[in-house]
Design a protein. Structure first.
Length: 82
């Protein structure tokens, strides 16, 4: 069984493999759900324009990654919904 730190490392690696242009990765949340670690990671693609900032737009994406607690493999990726 993997530790929470190993689950976060696996999820981070998974996200960076799928989104190689991701910047400023942040760990947002980790929880154990059944036989999975659910890890939420946020990241940016680029700096927003001044217009987008003035409009209050966010350019940070939040992704939820499920990591198998036994193998340590990331097995699912979805948009995080709070």
């Amino acid at each position: 069984m993997i530790t929470v730190k190993e689950a976060v490392a696996s999820a981070t690696s998974f996200v960076t493999d799928l989104f190689p242009n991701a910047l400023d990765l942040r760990l947002e949340q980790v929880e154990m759900i059944g036989s999975w670690w659910r890890v939420v990671i946020s990241f940016k693609f680029s700096e927003p324009s001044n217009l987008l900032l003035a409009m209050g737009a966010q350019n940070r994406l939040f992704k939820e990654v499920d990591v198998d607690r036994e193998s340590g493999q990331a097995v699912a990726l979805r948009m995080f919904k709070a």
